[in-house]
Design a protein around this ligand. Structure first.
Ligand SMILES: Cc1cc2nc3c(=O)[nH]c(=O)nc-3n(C[C@H](O)[C@H](O)[C@H](O)COP(=O)(O)O)c2cc1C
Length: 297
């Protein structure tokens, strides 16, 4: 990755690379990478990130992306996009977490939540970090955004039977507000650097874990590329991780099959790292294997 002053992607990568692992061999076994989430079983804690506009990468890109996740028996997040697109993703058999933007038109958010529930999404939620741009309120494809209040969030959460997931949490303050609102999962993320000098998600993850305990599932994304990266997130308390751009590249190269291969390769790397550190399953990953090396960016 090319260095750019203040680039949160670069800082996040440098932080991930500063975390080093002990090795533990005695009593190790072949690890199980399986994970239960929201009532379903998955083969891996490696999930696809909430991407969108993948028709620019490959024909029928969102559905192909979802099919790749389904082939790997992995959770598939979906970002913004029309209802038909979500239907195409769910039709592949993928278990989809639909992430909706904070549109100024709040009714459209309720409609999208209802649609996701009726069409059989695994969970639904919102990315709270796209309300502003340097020019004022953010506007995507002609749709204006507005920030979300905790009170509004409670209403959205209470409007659905689906588990509600908030993406874009990067502080204990927001994590606690999500907890108060009844959110069932958060993605600790800076959304590939929407703010320069944003904290690396793993720098704030331990504080968030301490604040929310096991009241919700905690996921991580941003600049994760390998099974070792995923392992580091799990060691600090995350349940699972989302991978975006690296899987997008695989989608471009080989479609759904590439996405499956990408997820499986990261999962194998995770399994190897678990085996080399005596973790028999995801819950057994021990945070004391990790040490901080030097961190500069
Ligand atoms: C092409 C593209 C489209 C994205 N669309 C969305 C979106 O609609 N909603 C969302 O919450 N995040 C969206 N994201 C952000 C990703 O979910 C993720 O947070 C980010 O890419 C960091 O993960 P990565 O470093 O693994 O790519 C998008 C990212 C990319 C690259």
């Amino acid at each position: 990755m090319q260095r750019k002053t203040g680039s949160s992607d670069h800082i996040t990568r440098a932080y991930l690379d500063s975390l080093l692992l002990e090795v533990r061999h005695l009593d190790s076994v072949m690890p199980d990478t399986g994970m239960d989430l929201f009532g379903c079983h998955f083969d891996t804690p490696v999930m696809t990130a909430a991407l969108s506009h993948l028709h620019n990468t490959r024909e029928n890109g969102m559905a192909e992306f979802a099919r790749g996740a389904a082939l790997a028996n992995a959770v598939c997040f979906s970002g913004m996009g029309p209802e038909k697109e979500l239907e195409g993703m769910i039709d592949t058999g993928a278990k989809v977490v639909k992430i909706i933007k904070t549109y100024q038109d709040r009714d459209s958010i309720y409609r999208k939540i209802r649609h996701a529930e009726n069409y059989g999404a695994l969970a639904v939620g919102m990315d709270i970090d796209h309300a502003f741009s340097h020019n004022g309120y953010d506007c995507i494809e002609g749709m204006e955004m507005r920030p979300l209040s905790t009170e509004e969030l409670k209403d959205f959460v209470n409007s659905t039977k689906l588990p509600f997931v908030i993406k874009g949490v990067l502080s204990v303050q927001d994590a606690l507000k999500c907890k108060e609102a009844g959110v069932k999962g958060i993605v600790v993320s800076h959304h590939n650097g929407r703010l320069q000098y944003a904290l690396p998600p793993l720098m704030v993850l331990p504080e968030i874990m301490q604040a929310v305990g096991n009241s919700m599932e905690v996921f991580v994304d941003c600049s994760l590329e390998s099974g070792i990266d995923v392992y580091k997130c799990l060691a600090l308390g995350a349940k699972a991780c989302c991978i975006g751009r690296p899987l997008m590249k695989k989608l471009g190269e080989k479609g759904a099959e590439g996405v499956r291969e990408g997820i499986e390769a990261i999962t194998k790397d995770l399994r190897y790292t678990m085996a080399m550190t005596c973790a028999k399953d995801l819950k057994s990953i021990d945070p004391t294997v990790m040490r901080m090396g030097s961190f500069t960016w």
